[in-house]
Design a protein around this ligand. Sequence first.
Ligand code: C2O
Ligand code: CU
Ligand code: CU
Length: 473
Amino acid sequence: RMPLRLIAQATTQALFPGAPTTLWSYAGASAGRALFNPILHARRGDTVEVELDNRLAEATTIHWHGLAVDEANDGSGLHPVAPGARRRYRYRVDNRAGLYWYHAHPHGRTGVQLQRGLAGLMLVEDDEERALKQRLGMRWGERDLPLMIADKQVGPDNAIVYKDGADDWIGNRVLVNWTPEPYLDVIPAWYRFRLINVANARMLRPCFLHGDRVLPMQLIGTDGGLLERAWPVDDLFLAPAQRADVLVDFGALAPGERVRLRSLEYVAMENEDESGAFAPDPMGDHPGAAAMGEPLDLMELRVIECATERRPPARLPPLEAIAQLPPMPDTRDWPVRALRLRMDEEGRWFINDWNFHLSGHEPAFSVRRGSREVWEIRNSMTSMPHPMHLHGFQFRVLSRSISPPDIRGRQVAAGGLGPQDLGWNDTVVVWPGEIVRLAVDFAQNFAGTQRYMLHCHNLEHEDMGMMLSFAVT
Ligand code: C2O
Ligand code: CU
Ligand code: CU
Protein backbone atom coordinates (compact mmCIF):
# COMPACT_ATOMS: atom_id res chain seq x y z
CA ARG A 1 0.00 0.00 0.00
CA MET A 2 1.11 3.52 -0.77
CA PRO A 3 1.43 5.75 2.27
CA LEU A 4 -1.19 8.43 2.56
CA ARG A 5 0.34 11.74 1.61
CA LEU A 6 -0.73 14.72 3.66
CA ILE A 7 0.27 18.13 2.42
CA ALA A 8 0.49 20.82 5.07
CA GLN A 9 -0.56 23.92 3.19
CA ALA A 10 -2.59 27.07 3.23
CA THR A 11 -5.98 26.74 1.60
CA THR A 12 -8.76 29.19 1.06
CA GLN A 13 -12.22 28.18 2.18
CA ALA A 14 -15.62 29.81 2.05
CA LEU A 15 -16.18 29.30 5.77
CA PHE A 16 -18.29 32.33 6.62
CA PRO A 17 -20.60 34.50 4.50
CA GLY A 18 -18.54 37.08 2.64
CA ALA A 19 -14.77 36.98 2.28
CA PRO A 20 -13.05 33.58 2.20
CA THR A 21 -10.88 32.38 5.08
CA THR A 22 -7.35 31.09 4.82
CA LEU A 23 -6.83 27.89 6.78
CA TRP A 24 -3.73 25.80 7.19
CA SER A 25 -4.64 22.17 6.83
CA TYR A 26 -3.49 18.69 5.97
CA ALA A 27 -4.66 18.10 2.44
CA GLY A 28 -4.71 14.64 0.98
CA ALA A 29 -6.29 12.72 -1.81
CA SER A 30 -7.93 9.32 -1.85
CA ALA A 31 -9.50 7.66 -4.90
CA GLY A 32 -9.48 10.96 -6.70
CA ARG A 33 -11.29 12.77 -3.89
CA ALA A 34 -9.64 15.74 -2.20
CA LEU A 35 -9.35 15.36 1.55
CA PHE A 36 -9.22 18.11 4.15
CA ASN A 37 -7.79 17.05 7.53
CA PRO A 38 -9.08 13.53 6.82
CA ILE A 39 -10.33 11.21 9.55
CA LEU A 40 -7.91 8.29 9.55
CA HIS A 41 -9.19 4.85 10.46
CA ALA A 42 -6.97 2.09 11.81
CA ARG A 43 -7.39 -1.23 13.51
CA ARG A 44 -5.26 -2.04 16.51
CA GLY A 45 -2.18 -3.78 15.12
CA ASP A 46 -2.26 -1.99 11.77
CA THR A 47 0.77 -0.19 10.44
CA VAL A 48 0.09 3.43 9.62
CA GLU A 49 2.16 5.13 6.99
CA VAL A 50 1.75 8.82 6.34
CA GLU A 51 4.02 11.10 4.42
CA LEU A 52 3.99 14.73 5.46
CA ASP A 53 4.80 17.16 2.69
CA ASN A 54 5.42 20.53 4.27
CA ARG A 55 4.40 23.30 1.90
CA LEU A 56 4.09 25.92 4.59
CA ALA A 57 6.67 28.67 4.91
CA GLU A 58 7.70 27.38 8.34
CA ALA A 59 8.58 24.12 10.07
CA THR A 60 5.80 21.81 11.15
CA THR A 61 5.23 18.19 12.24
CA ILE A 62 2.46 15.65 12.68
CA HIS A 63 2.11 14.54 16.27
CA TRP A 64 -0.06 11.46 16.87
CA HIS A 65 -1.82 12.53 20.02
CA GLY A 66 -2.49 9.66 22.39
CA LEU A 67 -0.78 6.97 20.38
CA ALA A 68 2.06 4.92 21.84
CA VAL A 69 4.70 5.46 19.16
CA ASP A 70 8.48 5.83 19.26
CA GLU A 71 10.20 9.21 19.39
CA ALA A 72 11.01 9.31 15.69
CA ASN A 73 7.31 8.97 14.85
CA ASP A 74 5.94 11.05 17.71
CA GLY A 75 6.15 14.26 15.71
CA SER A 76 7.05 16.41 18.68
CA GLY A 77 9.05 19.61 18.34
CA LEU A 78 12.24 17.54 18.65
CA HIS A 79 11.83 16.51 15.01
CA PRO A 80 10.61 19.47 13.01
CA VAL A 81 10.04 19.11 9.30
CA ALA A 82 11.53 22.10 7.49
CA PRO A 83 9.54 24.10 4.94
CA GLY A 84 9.67 22.30 1.61
CA ALA A 85 10.77 19.03 3.25
CA ARG A 86 9.00 15.72 3.54
CA ARG A 87 8.92 13.17 6.28
CA ARG A 88 7.46 9.72 6.50
CA TYR A 89 5.77 8.56 9.68
CA ARG A 90 5.45 4.81 9.99
CA TYR A 91 4.30 3.05 13.14
CA ARG A 92 2.20 0.22 14.43
CA VAL A 93 -1.00 1.14 16.21
CA ASP A 94 -0.79 -0.44 19.62
CA ASN A 95 -3.57 1.51 21.36
CA ARG A 96 -7.01 0.43 22.38
CA ALA A 97 -9.95 1.47 20.25
CA GLY A 98 -10.84 5.10 20.71
CA LEU A 99 -10.70 8.54 19.24
CA TYR A 100 -7.17 9.86 18.89
CA TRP A 101 -5.99 12.81 16.86
CA TYR A 102 -3.11 14.27 14.97
CA HIS A 103 -1.86 17.82 14.91
CA ALA A 104 1.12 20.05 14.32
CA HIS A 105 3.63 20.34 17.17
CA PRO A 106 6.62 22.52 16.20
CA HIS A 107 7.95 24.13 19.32
CA GLY A 108 6.82 27.72 19.77
CA ARG A 109 4.39 27.56 16.81
CA THR A 110 1.92 24.90 17.89
CA GLY A 111 -0.66 27.45 19.00
CA VAL A 112 -0.76 29.39 15.76
CA GLN A 113 -0.66 26.25 13.60
CA LEU A 114 -3.60 24.63 15.36
CA GLN A 115 -5.56 27.86 15.45
CA ARG A 116 -5.14 28.03 11.69
CA GLY A 117 -6.40 24.48 11.30
CA LEU A 118 -3.65 21.83 11.36
CA ALA A 119 -5.51 19.07 13.20
CA GLY A 120 -7.40 15.91 12.30
CA LEU A 121 -8.90 12.82 13.88
CA MET A 122 -7.80 9.22 13.99
CA LEU A 123 -10.25 6.51 14.95
CA VAL A 124 -8.85 3.22 16.20
CA GLU A 125 -10.92 0.07 16.32
CA ASP A 126 -10.44 -3.25 18.08
CA ASP A 127 -12.49 -6.34 18.98
CA GLU A 128 -14.04 -4.81 22.10
CA GLU A 129 -15.18 -1.82 20.10
CA ARG A 130 -16.61 -4.05 17.37
CA ALA A 131 -18.58 -6.00 19.94
CA LEU A 132 -19.98 -2.81 21.43
CA LYS A 133 -20.91 -1.47 17.99
CA GLN A 134 -22.89 -4.64 17.34
CA ARG A 135 -24.71 -4.35 20.63
CA LEU A 136 -25.51 -0.69 20.09
CA GLY A 137 -26.51 -1.21 16.49
CA MET A 138 -25.01 2.13 15.53
CA ARG A 139 -22.87 2.66 12.51
CA TRP A 140 -20.01 5.13 12.34
CA GLY A 141 -21.09 8.16 10.34
CA GLU A 142 -24.81 7.56 10.94
CA ARG A 143 -25.66 7.78 14.63
CA ASP A 144 -22.04 7.46 15.77
CA LEU A 145 -20.41 10.79 15.00
CA PRO A 146 -17.34 12.80 15.93
CA LEU A 147 -17.89 16.33 17.21
CA MET A 148 -14.59 18.13 16.89
CA ILE A 149 -15.07 21.40 18.72
CA ALA A 150 -12.88 24.47 18.35
CA ASP A 151 -13.13 28.19 18.80
CA LYS A 152 -11.44 30.64 16.48
CA GLN A 153 -10.92 34.36 16.74
CA VAL A 154 -12.27 35.65 13.46
CA GLY A 155 -11.75 39.21 12.29
CA PRO A 156 -14.24 41.39 10.36
CA ASP A 157 -12.56 40.29 7.11
CA ASN A 158 -13.19 36.63 8.04
CA ALA A 159 -9.48 36.04 8.64
CA ILE A 160 -8.40 33.91 11.57
CA VAL A 161 -6.59 36.18 13.99
CA TYR A 162 -3.73 35.04 16.18
CA LYS A 163 -1.27 37.04 18.18
CA ASP A 164 2.14 35.62 18.98
CA GLY A 165 3.02 35.52 22.62
CA ALA A 166 -0.62 35.58 23.70
CA ASP A 167 -1.80 33.78 26.81
CA ASP A 168 -4.89 31.54 26.48
CA TRP A 169 -6.02 32.21 22.94
CA ILE A 170 -9.82 32.01 22.87
CA GLY A 171 -12.13 32.82 20.00
CA ASN A 172 -15.41 34.46 19.03
CA ARG A 173 -16.59 31.72 16.64
CA VAL A 174 -17.30 28.08 17.34
CA LEU A 175 -16.56 25.48 14.71
CA VAL A 176 -17.78 21.91 15.00
CA ASN A 177 -16.16 19.62 12.46
CA TRP A 178 -14.82 22.78 10.80
CA THR A 179 -18.36 24.12 10.35
CA PRO A 180 -19.61 27.46 11.71
CA GLU A 181 -23.22 27.72 12.97
CA PRO A 182 -23.26 23.93 13.13
CA TYR A 183 -26.46 21.92 13.35
CA LEU A 184 -27.30 18.28 12.99
CA ASP A 185 -30.55 16.60 12.02
CA VAL A 186 -31.23 13.76 14.43
CA ILE A 187 -33.96 11.14 14.47
CA PRO A 188 -35.71 10.32 17.78
CA ALA A 189 -33.18 7.69 18.89
CA TRP A 190 -29.92 7.11 20.73
CA TYR A 191 -26.79 8.73 19.34
CA ARG A 192 -23.15 8.23 20.09
CA PHE A 193 -20.93 11.31 19.96
CA ARG A 194 -17.16 11.30 20.12
CA LEU A 195 -16.56 14.71 21.64
CA ILE A 196 -13.13 16.21 21.27
CA ASN A 197 -11.97 19.66 22.24
CA VAL A 198 -9.41 20.93 19.73
CA ALA A 199 -9.51 24.54 20.92
CA ASN A 200 -6.20 26.20 21.73
CA ALA A 201 -7.08 27.10 25.28
CA ARG A 202 -10.80 27.12 25.94
CA MET A 203 -12.07 24.59 28.42
CA LEU A 204 -15.61 23.48 27.63
CA ARG A 205 -18.38 22.15 29.80
CA PRO A 206 -20.64 20.45 27.25
CA CYS A 207 -24.23 19.64 28.06
CA PHE A 208 -27.23 18.69 25.91
CA LEU A 209 -30.24 20.88 26.66
CA HIS A 210 -33.83 20.47 25.57
CA GLY A 211 -35.22 23.83 26.58
CA ASP A 212 -34.04 24.10 30.17
CA ARG A 213 -34.05 20.37 30.69
CA VAL A 214 -30.77 18.45 30.60
CA LEU A 215 -30.62 15.39 28.38
CA PRO A 216 -28.19 13.27 30.36
CA MET A 217 -25.26 11.60 28.66
CA GLN A 218 -23.97 8.12 29.25
CA LEU A 219 -20.20 8.42 29.36
CA ILE A 220 -18.69 5.27 27.88
CA GLY A 221 -15.16 6.29 27.00
CA THR A 222 -12.32 8.74 27.52
CA ASP A 223 -9.00 9.58 25.79
CA GLY A 224 -7.70 6.02 25.76
CA GLY A 225 -10.93 4.23 24.83
CA LEU A 226 -13.88 2.56 26.51
CA LEU A 227 -14.63 2.58 30.22
CA GLU A 228 -15.67 -0.63 31.96
CA ARG A 229 -19.22 0.62 32.19
CA ALA A 230 -21.31 3.61 31.29
CA TRP A 231 -21.65 6.49 33.75
CA PRO A 232 -24.62 8.85 33.60
CA VAL A 233 -23.52 12.50 33.60
CA ASP A 234 -25.41 15.73 33.02
CA ASP A 235 -22.33 17.56 31.77
CA LEU A 236 -18.59 17.16 31.81
CA PHE A 237 -15.45 19.23 31.64
CA LEU A 238 -13.68 18.84 28.34
CA ALA A 239 -10.33 20.59 28.28
CA PRO A 240 -8.25 21.11 25.16
CA ALA A 241 -7.13 17.72 23.77
CA GLN A 242 -9.57 15.68 25.87
CA ARG A 243 -12.04 13.22 24.38
CA ALA A 244 -15.34 11.93 25.72
CA ASP A 245 -17.35 9.12 24.17
CA VAL A 246 -21.01 9.65 25.08
CA LEU A 247 -24.46 8.31 24.31
CA VAL A 248 -27.45 10.65 24.25
CA ASP A 249 -31.12 9.76 23.89
CA PHE A 250 -33.33 11.88 21.66
CA GLY A 251 -35.98 9.12 21.67
CA ALA A 252 -38.57 11.06 23.66
CA LEU A 253 -38.46 14.06 21.35
CA ALA A 254 -40.83 14.78 18.52
CA PRO A 255 -39.89 15.91 15.05
CA GLY A 256 -39.49 19.67 14.96
CA GLU A 257 -38.04 19.91 18.46
CA ARG A 258 -34.60 21.36 19.07
CA VAL A 259 -31.75 20.47 21.37
CA ARG A 260 -28.72 22.63 22.06
CA LEU A 261 -25.25 21.39 22.76
CA ARG A 262 -24.04 24.11 25.04
CA SER A 263 -20.96 24.73 27.10
CA LEU A 264 -22.33 25.66 30.52
CA GLU A 265 -21.03 28.40 32.71
CA TYR A 266 -18.29 27.43 35.15
CA VAL A 267 -15.85 29.06 37.54
CA ALA A 268 -12.80 29.52 35.33
CA MET A 269 -10.42 29.82 38.32
CA GLU A 270 -8.02 32.04 36.49
CA ASN A 271 -6.29 32.82 39.75
CA GLU A 272 -2.93 33.61 38.21
CA ASP A 273 -3.77 37.32 38.24
CA GLU A 274 -3.72 37.16 42.02
CA SER A 275 -0.06 36.25 41.92
CA GLY A 276 0.47 39.84 40.83
CA ALA A 277 2.72 38.62 38.05
CA PHE A 278 0.38 38.82 35.22
CA ALA A 279 -2.17 41.33 34.06
CA PRO A 280 -3.96 39.98 31.01
CA ASP A 281 -5.47 42.41 28.59
CA PRO A 282 -9.14 41.70 29.37
CA MET A 283 -10.64 40.58 26.07
CA GLY A 284 -8.69 43.20 24.16
CA ASP A 285 -7.35 40.56 21.80
CA HIS A 286 -10.63 38.68 21.52
CA PRO A 287 -13.45 41.04 20.56
CA GLY A 288 -16.78 39.25 20.67
CA ALA A 289 -15.43 36.16 22.42
CA ALA A 290 -17.15 34.71 25.46
CA ALA A 291 -14.73 34.84 28.38
CA MET A 292 -13.40 31.60 29.78
CA GLY A 293 -16.15 29.99 31.84
CA GLU A 294 -18.98 31.94 30.23
CA PRO A 295 -21.76 29.91 28.62
CA LEU A 296 -21.29 29.23 24.94
CA ASP A 297 -23.59 27.58 22.41
CA LEU A 298 -21.72 24.94 20.46
CA MET A 299 -24.28 23.37 18.19
CA GLU A 300 -27.95 22.78 17.51
CA LEU A 301 -29.64 19.41 17.04
CA ARG A 302 -32.90 19.36 15.10
CA VAL A 303 -35.16 16.39 15.53
CA ILE A 304 -36.57 15.03 12.28
CA GLU A 305 -38.78 12.11 11.31
CA CYS A 306 -37.08 8.75 10.98
CA ALA A 307 -37.31 8.03 7.27
CA THR A 308 -36.43 4.33 7.24
CA GLU A 309 -38.62 1.40 8.30
CA ARG A 310 -35.74 -0.01 10.27
CA ARG A 311 -36.43 2.10 13.35
CA PRO A 312 -33.63 1.95 15.86
CA PRO A 313 -34.54 0.30 19.18
CA ALA A 314 -35.91 2.64 21.83
CA ARG A 315 -33.71 1.16 24.53
CA LEU A 316 -30.01 0.59 24.81
CA PRO A 317 -28.60 -2.81 25.69
CA PRO A 318 -27.18 -3.00 29.23
CA LEU A 319 -23.96 -1.02 29.48
CA GLU A 320 -22.48 -2.53 32.64
CA ALA A 321 -19.68 -4.51 31.06
CA ILE A 322 -18.59 -2.84 27.86
CA ALA A 323 -14.82 -3.19 28.17
CA GLN A 324 -12.16 -4.74 30.31
CA LEU A 325 -9.67 -2.57 32.08
CA PRO A 326 -6.89 -3.85 34.30
CA PRO A 327 -7.65 -3.15 37.96
CA MET A 328 -6.23 0.06 39.36
CA PRO A 329 -2.61 -0.86 40.15
CA ASP A 330 -1.36 -1.08 43.70
CA THR A 331 1.20 1.72 43.62
CA ARG A 332 2.42 1.56 47.23
CA ASP A 333 5.94 0.56 46.15
CA TRP A 334 6.17 2.80 43.12
CA PRO A 335 8.53 5.77 43.25
CA VAL A 336 6.76 9.12 43.33
CA ARG A 337 7.81 11.95 41.05
CA ALA A 338 6.62 15.35 42.23
CA LEU A 339 5.72 17.85 39.53
CA ARG A 340 4.68 21.33 40.47
CA LEU A 341 2.86 23.69 38.13
CA ARG A 342 3.49 27.35 38.76
CA MET A 343 4.06 30.77 37.31
CA ASP A 344 7.17 32.81 38.05
CA GLU A 345 7.37 36.51 38.87
CA GLU A 346 7.60 37.38 35.21
CA GLY A 347 4.43 35.52 34.32
CA ARG A 348 6.09 32.48 32.76
CA TRP A 349 4.76 28.99 33.33
CA PHE A 350 6.94 26.27 34.82
CA ILE A 351 6.83 22.58 35.64
CA ASN A 352 9.13 22.45 38.69
CA ASP A 353 12.10 24.51 37.51
CA TRP A 354 11.69 23.57 33.90
CA ASN A 355 10.53 25.83 31.15
CA PHE A 356 11.15 24.21 27.80
CA HIS A 357 11.50 27.52 26.06
CA LEU A 358 14.00 28.96 28.52
CA SER A 359 15.99 25.91 29.50
CA GLY A 360 16.65 24.29 26.16
CA HIS A 361 15.52 20.92 24.98
CA GLU A 362 17.54 18.60 27.19
CA PRO A 363 15.51 15.86 28.88
CA ALA A 364 14.55 16.98 32.36
CA PHE A 365 14.88 13.43 33.70
CA SER A 366 15.02 9.80 32.61
CA VAL A 367 12.88 6.84 33.45
CA ARG A 368 13.75 3.23 32.82
CA ARG A 369 11.77 1.36 30.23
CA GLY A 370 9.40 -1.02 31.98
CA SER A 371 9.51 0.91 35.24
CA ARG A 372 6.40 2.30 36.88
CA GLU A 373 6.02 5.62 38.63
CA VAL A 374 3.46 7.71 40.39
CA TRP A 375 3.44 11.24 39.02
CA GLU A 376 2.08 13.66 41.54
CA ILE A 377 1.10 16.85 39.79
CA ARG A 378 0.37 19.76 42.08
CA ASN A 379 -0.99 23.04 40.82
CA SER A 380 -0.44 26.29 42.71
CA MET A 381 -3.46 28.10 44.02
CA THR A 382 -2.50 31.27 42.15
CA SER A 383 -2.69 29.50 38.83
CA MET A 384 -5.35 28.33 36.42
CA PRO A 385 -6.59 24.91 35.32
CA HIS A 386 -3.89 23.19 33.27
CA PRO A 387 -4.77 20.23 31.02
CA MET A 388 -1.55 18.23 31.37
CA HIS A 389 -0.74 15.88 28.52
CA LEU A 390 1.75 13.04 28.38
CA HIS A 391 3.15 11.72 25.12
CA GLY A 392 3.84 8.06 24.46
CA PHE A 393 1.88 6.54 27.34
CA GLN A 394 -1.71 6.43 28.52
CA PHE A 395 -2.01 6.67 32.29
CA ARG A 396 -4.52 5.96 35.06
CA VAL A 397 -5.63 8.68 37.44
CA LEU A 398 -5.11 7.42 41.00
CA SER A 399 -6.49 10.28 43.03
CA ARG A 400 -7.44 13.91 43.20
CA SER A 401 -7.19 15.98 46.32
CA ILE A 402 -7.87 19.59 47.31
CA SER A 403 -10.16 19.75 44.31
CA PRO A 404 -12.50 22.68 43.70
CA PRO A 405 -16.16 22.09 44.64
CA ASP A 406 -17.30 21.48 41.08
CA ILE A 407 -14.81 18.64 40.75
CA ARG A 408 -15.46 17.20 44.22
CA GLY A 409 -19.15 17.12 43.35
CA ARG A 410 -18.45 14.71 40.50
CA GLN A 411 -16.77 12.08 42.62
CA VAL A 412 -18.03 8.56 41.97
CA ALA A 413 -15.07 6.52 43.19
CA ALA A 414 -12.53 6.49 46.01
CA GLY A 415 -9.70 8.99 45.74
CA GLY A 416 -11.91 11.84 44.62
CA LEU A 417 -12.25 10.41 41.11
CA GLY A 418 -14.98 11.38 38.71
CA PRO A 419 -16.26 9.25 35.82
CA GLN A 420 -13.73 10.69 33.36
CA ASP A 421 -10.87 9.62 35.63
CA LEU A 422 -11.85 5.97 35.53
CA GLY A 423 -10.41 5.05 32.16
CA TRP A 424 -7.14 5.41 30.30
CA ASN A 425 -6.19 9.00 29.64
CA ASP A 426 -3.41 11.01 28.08
CA THR A 427 -4.61 14.43 29.26
CA VAL A 428 -5.76 15.35 32.75
CA VAL A 429 -6.92 18.68 34.11
CA VAL A 430 -5.18 19.83 37.28
CA TRP A 431 -7.18 22.65 38.85
CA PRO A 432 -5.65 25.44 40.95
CA GLY A 433 -4.66 24.09 44.33
CA GLU A 434 -5.32 20.53 43.27
CA ILE A 435 -3.04 17.50 43.57
CA VAL A 436 -3.60 14.81 40.94
CA ARG A 437 -1.74 11.51 41.16
CA LEU A 438 -1.19 9.42 38.06
CA ALA A 439 0.02 5.84 37.62
CA VAL A 440 2.34 5.65 34.63
CA ASP A 441 3.68 2.36 33.33
CA PHE A 442 6.66 2.93 31.03
CA ALA A 443 6.37 -0.46 29.36
CA GLN A 444 7.08 -0.34 25.64
CA ASN A 445 8.83 -2.42 23.00
CA PHE A 446 11.08 0.20 21.44
CA ALA A 447 14.85 0.00 21.79
CA GLY A 448 17.29 2.75 22.73
CA THR A 449 16.55 6.13 24.23
CA GLN A 450 13.12 7.55 23.40
CA ARG A 451 12.28 11.12 24.34
CA TYR A 452 8.74 12.27 25.04
CA MET A 453 6.95 15.36 26.24
CA LEU A 454 4.86 16.29 29.21
CA HIS A 455 3.14 19.61 28.72
CA CYS A 456 0.12 21.76 29.27
CA HIS A 457 -2.27 21.41 26.31
CA ASN A 458 -3.29 25.00 26.65
CA LEU A 459 -1.24 25.64 23.52
CA GLU A 460 -0.14 29.13 24.52
CA HIS A 461 1.24 27.72 27.76
CA GLU A 462 2.95 24.96 25.83
CA ASP A 463 4.49 27.38 23.36
CA MET A 464 5.69 29.57 26.22
CA GLY A 465 7.49 26.57 27.63
CA MET A 466 5.11 24.84 30.04
CA MET A 467 6.57 21.62 28.78
CA LEU A 468 9.41 19.27 29.52
CA SER A 469 10.95 16.38 27.70
CA PHE A 470 11.99 13.21 29.46
CA ALA A 471 13.89 10.19 28.25
CA VAL A 472 12.86 6.55 28.44
CA THR A 473 16.04 4.47 28.52
CU1 C2O B 1 -1.72 17.01 21.53
CU2 C2O B 1 2.10 17.27 22.76
O1 C2O B 1 0.19 17.24 22.09
CU1 CU C 1 0.39 14.19 22.44
CU1 CU D 1 -1.48 25.53 31.26
